[in-house]
Every structure is written in structure tokens, then in C-alpha cells.
Design a protein around this ligand. Structure first.
Ligand code: ATP
Length: 429
């Protein structure tokens, strides 16, 4: 057996400024290590000689600035080396951001604008590498000692917490290529759906709430203010998607807009933002390594993400199944609700449902398999403006005994008594 496993180990030599692109197979993990030279995965350096275990389905690139030798152990879906990458362009952006951070830190002016570091927003179509570029910029900044704030507005495939949320967290260390972002205490708002069209107004309201909280935090923290933000966005860039991008740029006061992989979007944004002289709109090349993911893959990725929340990235957490009485939980839905029947409205009028109205939800079997958020709100009126503590998953509803069974990260009382439900479902596999 010893020789069999030894023979599955392969060496790969990378020339300077090239990368090894890997798609780990769907059945088994891949082991990888750096034998000599220097290399990084999306901005985070590989430690020398230590084997990393890359989980199934991970898609990554190991990039080297000056050359490296790697070893791989196990099968991959694909792996190949590429010497054409947009990395020089990306690291040049990083250098400009670094200069702005240092300038912000050194500024002694009373003008709040001059002590504010860069607020970078990364935009582009789906599968243009937005999350990956955000990650690199954050990891490179963290490596130089900054604690930039990562803001993730992507409710479809977020990197901070489960889908259906917008969230923010400071990044204090380069992001681990396997473990991702440590979930210490992210600031999370629950939107509850995986596409913004379900409730565009609610999405905007939540972005605004998040922006206000961050603004307050920056006021009291010169260091994180100077480090600035990196904002990742959704790949939805047409119609309402475009409107939401403009809304995010405006609400979060972004001053650097990085446009990946689409000339048209770049030119549109450049045009609408031309009367804001302090906003730079920069076009960047998309990496040929970015892997396209179809709807089915995305759905699966969402499901893994929820699983990961409850069971941990390495299946190392044990969630707890809890039983509560119907009367113990107060569940709300945001938006919609009972509408006036069309027949009761004047001719030609559309029934208008208030998109941010709070609607109490009766507990019934419709809640089965839904993922709900636990709000920090103390009163129902505070639900929309409150961030959430975590999530529960409804596994059983017993109508007769009026009992509800849910999975939570731990046993014991929930951190809040108000729960929010949307359309986010999960089938445990
Ligand atoms: P979306 O907004 O559509 O969800 P995105 O634009 O944020 O996607 P990413 O998530 O950054 O795109 O990239 C898509 C996938 O491609 C990810 O799995 C990422 O790890 C992988 N990827 C990105 N760059 C490379 C590369 N150079 N080599 C190999 N894989 C890569």
C-alpha cells in the first residue's frame, strides 16, 4: 500500500507568474503541498512543506510570483498550469489601495473624507471571479497588517455566512483557502431569499441598515476606517440588478469600483458616475481560470453552505435538535401578507403589498425544511432593522401536540425569540 500511495504523488513545477488551476474531484479530497519557492492561493501564502487537504469540488489556483514546486496527492477533476493570468493587474490595484490606506492613516485632517481608506466594490457578471478578487484584495491587505472590512452583498453565493443574507466582517488574517472566513461575530442581515427580485425594497433596506452600522463602527475606529472595505456583489447586472449595484455604490459610499469581465457594464458605470470625481471606475480583466457554475451547481453549493453552518466545514460540529411549543416561538415574514382582493380595488389599480411589512406567521407544515433566522430584535418592530444571531432549520411540525422540532447549532435557549422566515429551504442530505 505504501508504494501505491507514493505513486499517486505528482510534482508540478511552476514558472514565475503562472498558476496551477485545480478542480478537486467530487468524491475524494486532494492533498497538496509547497515543496520549494513561494506560492499563494487567492492571496494567502502556502506554508512550506505542510500538506493541505483540499475538500471535494473545491476550485482553486495556486499562483506563484517567482516560481515554485508543488506536490499533489490524489485524483483531480482537472488540473493544468496557465501562464496567462490577470494577477499583475490585480496586484497593481492592491498597491494603489495600500497607498490610499497609508494616506488615510497618516492624515491628521478633521475632514472625515481624508481619514477614510478605500471603499472598493467589485462588480461584474456571474462567474467573472468577483468573490475571488475580493478575497485576494482582503488577504493581501491583511498580510500587510490591515484589518479591512469585508462586505458581502451576494445573497446567492455568499462567502461569510449562509445564502439569503448580506453580511460584513473584519478580515484580520489572510483568508484560509480551505476553512474560508472565520465566523467569529459577523454582522448579518437576513433577507431570506436567494434572488433579489423576491423583494427588491427589502434588499435595499437591509443594505442601508448594514451601511449605517458600519458607518458608526468606522467613526469609533480610525484603524478600520483607514483599512476601508472590500464589497462583493451579485452577478446580476441587468435591470433591477444594475439598479441595486448603483444603490450599493451610493449607500456604502464606495470610492473604487472594480468592474470584472464586462466592457459594457464598465462604460455604463463610468458614465453614470462621471459627476462623482472621487469615485474611480476601473476595468479589470477576468481570469481564464474562473470556473462557470450552472444553476444546479449553484443550488448544490447553497445547500453545502447551509450544511456547513450546522455541521462545520469538516463535519466537526454537532448541531442540536430542539423541541419547542408553538407558543414559544414568534415567527415573522417580511413583506407581502394578506392583500386586498383585486375585486375590492378601483379598476386598474394593482394590489400593493408593503414590501417591508412585518407579517406574523402561523405555525403549520409549510414551515417544514425552511431555514429561519433568529433575530436580535427585542420587539417585533425592531426586526427589520436588527441583525441576526444565527439560524435554525425546521425538521418537524406536530400539529396535534403543537410542537415544533428544529435543528440549531447548539442546545439550549435561542439567542432571541423572534424568528424570520423567507423562502430559503434546505433538504438535509
Ligand atoms: P458569482 O457572483 O457568479 O457567484 P464570482 O464572479 O464571484 O461568481 P468566483 O466565485 O470568484 O466568481 O469564481 C467562480 C469559481 O471559480 C470559484 O469556485 C473560484 O474558486 C474559481 N476560480 C476563480 N479563479 C480561479 C482560477 N484562477 N483558477 C481556478 N479556479 C478559479
Amino acid at each position: 500500500a505504501g508504494s501505491a500511495s507514493a505513486s499517486s504523488i505528482r510534482q508540478v513545477k511552476l514558472d514565475r507568474e503562472s498558476e496551477l488551476r485545480i478542480e478537486v474531484g467530487s468524491d475524494s479530497p486532494l492533498r497538496l503541498r509547497l515543496l520549494s519557492g513561494n506560492a499563494e492561493i487567492f492571496g494567502t501564502e502556502l506554508p512550506p512543506e505542510i500538506w493541505l487537504t483540499l475538500p471535494p469540488r473545491l476550485k482553486i489556483a495556486v499562483f506563484t510570483w517567482y516560481g515554485a514546486t508543488l506536490e499533489m496527492d490524489g485524483a483531480t477533476e482537472t488540473d493544468y498550469t496557465a501562464d496567462e493570468t490577470p494577477m499583475i493587474g490585480y496586484v497593481n490595484v492592491h498597491a494603489i489601495l495600500e497607498a490610499r490606506r497609508s494616506r488615510a492613516r497618516a492624515s491628521s485632517s478633521d475632514d472625515p473624507g481624508s481619514t477614510q481608506g478605500p471603499r472598493v466594490i467589485v462588480v461584474g457578471p456571474t462567474d467573472s471571479g468577483k468573490s475571488t478578487l475580493s478575497r485576494m484584495l482582503l488577504s493581501w491587505a491583511a498580510k500587510q497588517g490591515w484589518k479591512p472590512t469585508f462586505v458581502d452583498l451576494d445573497i446567492g453565493q455568499g462567502s461569510i455566512t449562509i445564502p439569503g443574507c448580506i453580511a460584513a466582517t473584519p478580515i484580520e488574517l489572510p483568508i484560509d483557502p480551505v476553512e474560508g472566513i472565520p465566523l467569529e461575530m459577523p454582522l448579518v442581515y437576513f433577507y431570506g431569499h436567494t434572488t433579489p427580485s423576491n423583494n427588491v425594497d427589502l434588499y435595499k433596506v437591509l443594505v442601508k441598515e448594514l451601511a449605517q452600522v458600519l458607518e458608526r463602527q468606522f467613526t469609533g475606529n480610525a484603524e478600520s476606517r483607514a483599512a476601508g472595505m472590500v464589497i462583493n456583489t451579485m452577478g446580476w447586472i441587468e435591470g433591477v440588478g444594475y439598479e441595486l449595484l448603483l444603490h450599493a455604490i451610493d449607500t456604502l459610499n464606495a470610492n473604487v469600483v472594480l468592474v470584472l469581465g464586462q466592457e459594457k457594464l464598465w462604460s455604463m458605470l463610468k458614465d453614470v458616475l462621471k459627476n462623482k470625481p472621487n469615485v474611480d471606475v476601473v476595468k479589470l480583466q477576468k481570469s481564464g481560470g474562473v470556473v462557470s457554475r450552472n444553476a444546479k451547481f449553484r443550488q448544490k453549493a447553497r445547500s453545502y453552505r447551509i450544511r456547513e453552518y450546522f455541521y462545520g466545514p469538516a463535519n466537526d460540529l454537532s448541531p442540536h435538535s430542539n423541541i419547542a411549543n408553538f407558543s414559544d416561538l414568534f415567527i415573522y415574514r417580511i413583506g407581502g401578507g394578506p392583500q386586498a382582493p383585486r375585486s375590492a380595488l378601483p379598476i386598474g389599480a394593482e394590489p400593493a403589498a408593503d414590501p417591508t411589512r412585518l407579517v406574523p406567521v402561523n405555525i403549520n407544515r409549510d414551515l417544514l425544511h425552511l431555514v429561519l433566522a433568529v433575530s436580535f430584535a427585542k420587539e417585533p418592530e425592531e426586526i427589520i432593522s436588527s441583525n441576526v444571531a444565527g439560524f435554525v432549520y425546521i425538521t418537524d411540525i406536530d400539529i396535534q401536540r403543537k410542537k415544533i422540532t428544529y435543528l440549531a447549532p447548539s442546545a439550549g435557549e435561542l439567542p432571541g425569540k423572534y424568528l424570520i422566515v423567507g423562502t430559503l429551504t434546505w433538504i438535509e442530505t
